[in-house]
Design a protein around this ligand. Structure first.
Ligand code: 5GP
Ligand code: ZN
Length: 112
């Protein structure tokens, strides 16, 4: 997608925490926890409902990879939270699906 920042970042972001054929991880520019990453699939889609069977398969692989890297690469000792905002009520601002990875402290639970 031409005007999509996260599609552009796939090619040119110079501070990726992780990068492979399926997805990349960067630090969120406006962190909501001491550790706040974004895991971003390289294929552009906004909503989970738009996923092809390949996207679905890839998302499973992305979750597996995040868990594999959680301690050694992402330093999420003690646990972490994954969030995917979908649509306006959830506050989705970027039109390219991404997984928030939050950690680095004991978090509360009051998303509403
Ligand atoms: P959403 O609200 O769509 O779930 O999350 C979008 C996230 O992207 C926000 O947490 C926001 O801080 C982050 N973000 C927006 N623009 C940039 C950027 O240019 N660089 C980085 N690293 N994160 C960004
Ligand atoms: Zn995109």
């Amino acid at each position: 997608m031409e005007d999509c920042l996260f599609c552009k970042f796939a090619k040119e972001h110079n501070a990726k925490v992780y990068d492979d054929d399926l997805f990349y991880i960067i630090k969120d520019i406006n962190p909501q926890a001491p550790l706040h990453y974004l895991a971003i699939p390289k294929h552009h889609f906004k909503y989970l409902t738009e996923m092809t069977s390949i996207d679905t398969e890839n998302l499973g692989k992305i979750f597996a990879k995040i868990s594999e890297m959680s301690i050694n690469v992402l330093h999420l000792d003690g646990g972490y939270r994954l969030v995917i905002n979908q649509g306006d009520n959830a506050g989705q601002t970027m039109p390219h699906l991404h997984i928030h990875i939050l950690g680095g402290k004991e978090m509360g639970w009051s998303p509403a």
